[in-house]
Design a binder for this molecule. Structure first.
Ligand SMILES: *[C@@H]1O[C@H](CO)[C@@H](O)[C@H](O)[C@H]1NC(C)=O
Ligand SMILES: *[C@@H]1O[C@H](CO)[C@@H](O)[C@H](O)[C@H]1NC(C)=O
Ligand SMILES: *[C@@H]1O[C@H](CO)[C@@H](O)[C@H](O)[C@H]1NC(C)=O
Ligand SMILES: *[C@@H]1O[C@H](CO)[C@@H](O)[C@H](O)[C@H]1NC(C)=O
Length: 585
């Protein structure tokens, strides 16, 4: 569960717009850009071949991928009750839990049995599992809080933003709006969050973030007000042309766009209202200090409200088995609640038990959007099709009218989200021991609990926030998917190791960025290269465990190196850049 992740573009910029159906013309305009971007990712071999060959089809299709609203169901009802449950036959006394009517033979039975066998040997964990690339990474230090300018007086009118998506997408929109306000010398009104039928969450900014801290922390940068001045409140913004939707602003617009197209509206009407505002500001080129402001907003100005901090801290304490020392990031996430209550425990320090957090982005919206198949046969196909028709009509239309790549091809290219079975095989191959404590975020798993059978039978110490918190403790958060997502965000960010199953997910992306920014090189993130993994999984019928282990470890090791933010990539996800972090030495 987590209103968080986006859909499966493998190295995605978190880009998306929920107004899929309305963006036809925009999409055409953006084509050139996205194609260029995809080319870069594939760097030769397959990518180029595909791009040339399938130019047209591919194009429209990838655009949709990139545009999709990247947030999942927070606490959407488990919309899928009838999916086939898997039956995992695991040797060595592991339990067979699979319930459900028609157990189906799973593709990965053989591999899962090998994994169980290997875990039963209780081998030593490779050391680097819980370590980051400390030496190169620790040279980067947070410094987005350094300022080198005078406050903007904000005289050029007011910027209003109503951000769409789930919590993580909104967070990005808020920080982008802060930058726009500074760019246009305007005042920012505390952002609003759009109610969506998917998230069904009425939470507003002040339900999630500390409003006073936000305003005060950014005072040296921009002027932030709680409401529009009276005389502007009565204006019909739409009628006077001050409402600006995502159709009016090209995705990843550069500052020049705002100066040319938005500033005149602002000067004329004194107010501009951005509606949606998903990924409407480019990452490059952006003036140095504005980029730094963006990081300052994300890493320093947005703090969760005490209600979330307190419950988040409780979650962390239980995950760590009541350790007497908080983890190194806890303080940034849970503020004053990070210090555990030491009453009655003073004097003997309890060693913290470490935990691995996994964001399993295996939720129905993601799967429907991926156009992949997940072994559930006709029933699954129908269900995902139906979901697509309701939520992604543009995708259904494209599928009806164009020859798209087959599910098998998508899978072989690593464009499908990892299944829970694939995720557990990856973790076992990496060497995480059976007794490892695991926290699962994004737990509205498609197919329900039974789909987690492989995971729970190989790793019995599996926790979700629903399992760690009592019903009473969770009650204040029920029906607020964004606030629940904030709890997942805290548990993932503070974890001793974090594994994502889809690098395009917005939650995973923001969490990784936080771990880089505040982690001092000690907070490892496992980021599978799905394309390589797909190659390895293709051999599921024959590959020996030893070789599987070697290949998976190699594929994951290669993603751990430390690098500076690539051009045009998100500063929220890759804060290692001179604007956000400073190189020591
Ligand atoms: C904002 O203010 C600065 C400093 O006063 C000025 O240099 C800049 O041109 C102004 N920009 C706009 C868009 O008004
Ligand atoms: C796509 O085709 C199916 C039947 O093949 C039809 O039911 C559906 O309405 C079509 N959807 C769109 C958006 O064209
Ligand atoms: C959540 O919403 C549902 C339906 O809208 C309602 O029945 C339920 O009581 C709500 N739960 C809480 C804890 O407010
Ligand atoms: C498992 O192996 C078979 C045979 O090699 C292959 O056809 C199938 O696609 C593989 N499954 C996955 C999910 O890769």
């Amino acid at each position: 569960m987590s209103p968080s992740a986006d859909l499966s573009n493998p190295h995605s910029l978190p880009t998306h717009s929920p107004r899929l159906g309305q963006n036809k013309w925009k999409r055409k305009r953006e084509r050139g850009k996205v194609v260029w971007y995809r080319k870069k990712q594939f760097k030769g071999i397959l990518g180029l071949v595909c791009l040339v060959g399938l130019f047209f089809i591919f194009n429209g299709f990838m655009l949709l991928r990139l545009q999709l609203d990247d947030e999942t169901s927070g606490n959407k009802d488990m919309s899928v009750q009838n999916s086939p449950s898997i039956s995992v036959s695991i040797k060595d006394g592991l339990k067979k839990i699979g319930k459900g009517k028609m157990p189906r033979k799973d593709t990965y039975d053989r591999m899962l049995a090998l994994a169980a066998h290997s875990l039963a040997k209780n081998k030593h964990e490779p050391k680097e599992l819980w370590q980051g690339p400390f030496v190169p990474a620790s040279a980067w230090r947070p410094c987005a809080d350094h300022r080198d300018w005078n406050p903007s007086e904000g005289n050029n009118g007011y910027i209003l933003v109503t951000a769409n998506g789930g919590m993580n997408q909104q967070r990005v929109a808020v920080c982008n709006a802060v930058v726009i306000a500074r760019l246009l010398n305007s005042s920012l009104v505390i952002p609003r969050f759009m109610y969506s039928s998917v998230w069904r969450d009425v939470s507003q900014f002040s339900h999630i973030y500390q409003e006073e801290h936000f305003i005060n922390y950014l005072t040296p940068d921009i002027r932030i007000v709680k409401e529009l001045p009276k005389e502007l409140q009565s204006l019909d913004l739409e009628a006077i042309g001050s409402t600006v939707t995502d159709v009016d602003v090209p995705k990843e617009s550069e500052p020049s766009f705002y100066l040319k197209s938005i500033l005149p509206i602002l000067l004329k009407n004194r107010v501009v209202h951005f509606v949606g505002f998903g990924n409407r500001l480019a990452f490059d080129p952006i003036p140095f200090q504005l980029q730094r402001l963006r990081c300052r907003c994300n890493f320093h100005a947005l703090q969760f409200v005490p209600k979330i901090q307190e419950t988040g801290a409780l979650l962390l304490q239980r995950l760590r088995k009541h350790a007497t020392h908080p983890g190194s990031l806890d303080h940034y996430l849970t503020g004053p609640f990070a210090e555990p209550n030491l009453k009655g425990k003073v004097g003997h320090a309890v060693k913290a038990s470490r935990y691995l957090a996994i964001h399993l982005r295996f939720e129905i919206d993601m799967l429907a959007h991926s156009l992949c198949e997940y072994g559930g046969g006709e029933e699954e196909r129908k269900e995902l099709e139906a979901y697509r028709e309701i939520h992604f009509p543009a995708l259904t239309h494209l599928k009806n009218t164009t020859e798209l790549r087959s599910p098998a091809l998508l899978r072989s290219e690593g464009l499908c989200p990892l299944t829970p079975e694939e995720a557990v095989l990856m973790l076992a191959a990496l060497g995480f021991r059976r007794k490892t404590h695991m926290f699962i975020a994004g737990a509205n798993i498609y197919g329900g609990r039974s789909r987690l059978t492989a995971l729970t039978s190989l790793y019995p110490n599996l926790f979700t926030k629903e399992k760690l918190l009592s019903a009473t403790e969770l009650k204040p958060f029920m029906n607020f998917s964004s606030q629940l997502a904030a709890l997942d965000f805290i548990a993932c960010t503070a974890s001793d190791a974090f594994a994502m199953t889809d690098s395009g997910s917005q939650l995973s992306s923001l969490v990784s960025g936080f771990r880089i920014y505040y982690g001092g090189g000690k907070m490892p993130t496992i980021r599978p290269n799905k394309r390589r993994l797909a190659d390895i999984f293709m051999k599921n019928n024959t590959i020996e465990w030893k070789l599987f282990e070697q290949r998976v470890r190699k594929a994951v090791r290669q993603t751990k190196h430390v690098f500076e933010r690539p051009k045009a990539r998100s500063v929220y996800r890759y804060p290692r850049c001179k604007e956000c972090m400073c190189l020591t030495e």
